[in-house]
Design a protein around this ligand. Structure first.
Ligand code: SAM
Length: 271
């Protein structure tokens, strides 16, 4: 595995870079709530046919291609991990939408995009990883048109403070070690970027529903290919093997205890 996309200083940056490059190799990226939460985000952002949408931290491009196919949106997807953008372009070609969607390597905190270009800016499970979330929010507001919407789906601490013994498991589920914001923290982030009419709600993860919705998001064939790639990586690359053992191991990972504290929230505001 190669390393890329350091966001925070020191060890945390390295862990995140390993996490993202692993996901890019496997060819699957995720956010909590899977396709169901994407649909909720689309609805709350009022995304309509043909609109210009920016997907920040687009991962392997599933939501960007979905918006193009389903809503005829003109989508730009940006991601800091170069390998993710390769995956996005492969997907766009495979799904026949390469002319309607554009993918670029870029940092959420410094968008190489002009002011007021987008009707809607969305971002799913990205901002929790950023070193400077306020700066990123200012960027989203800058590239949105007046009255445009900004919508996030982000990991959220449902109850505070989490017991110390759960923290290692929460970090494993989250994919990073650091403070996970509460609903109030996320709301405050949107408000302090000058957004109005803020809608915010948090959800606990329903493991069964999550599995169903993930399968719907990825499709059966893609899930099987991803599992195959995980197995190949585990056999070929010792760093990947250690990473897989660390992130997938541990019966407590999705235990009721962890899910009582760690969930996700949808946050939408209007410029
Ligand atoms: C957990 S994945 C979610 C991907 C995608 N949104 C999804 O829901 O499938 C987080 C993504 O954020 C990207 N990312 C992390 N830091 C970023 C930054 N500063 N700017 C842009 N993308 C970033 C990672 O490369 C990764 O693809």
């Amino acid at each position: 595995m190669h390393k890329e996309a350091g966001q925070r200083p020191g060890k945390a940056a390295e862990q995140e870079a390993i996490y993202f490059s692993f996901l890019a190799e496997v060819g699957i990226t995720k956010h909590m709530g899977a396709l169901e939460s994407t649909k909720q985000l689309i609805e709350l952002c009022g995304i309509e046919q043909g609109q210009a949408v920016l997907d920040v931290g687009c991962g392997v491009g599933i939501t960007a291609c979905y918006l193009t196919k389903r809503y005829g949106c003109r989508v730009v997807g940006i991601d800091i991990t170069e390998r993710m953008i390769d995956r996005c372009n492969e997907r766009a070609r495979r799904e026949g939408v390469e002319d309607a969607v554009e993918f670029r390597v870029a940092d959420a905190q410094d968008l190489p995009l002009e002011d007021g270009r987008f009707d809607v800016v969305i971002s799913e499970s990205v901002n929790v990883f950023l070193a400077d979330r306020r700066r990123a929010m200012r960027e989203y507001v800058r590239v949105a048109r007046t009255s445009g919407r900004i919508g996030l789906n982000e990991m959220t601490l449902l109850r505070s403070p989490p017991p110390a013994q759960l923290l290692p498991y929460m970090y494993q589920v989250a994919g990073f070690e650091g403070e996970i914001p509460t609903v109030e923290d996320w709301e405050d982030l949107l408000r302090s970027a000058g957004l109005r009419e803020i809608v915010a709600y948090a959800r606990a993860l329903n493991v069964r529903e999550e599995a169903r919705s993930r399968l719907e998001r990825f499709g059966f064939r893609e899930m099987v290919s991803a599992v195959g790639r995980v197995l190949v990586l585990a056999l070929k690359d010792p760093a990947s093997k250690a990473f897989i053992r660390q992130t997938l191991g541990g019966a407590k990972l999705l235990s009721r205890d962890v899910l009582e504290y760690l969930g996700y929230g949808i946050y939408v505001g209007t410029k």
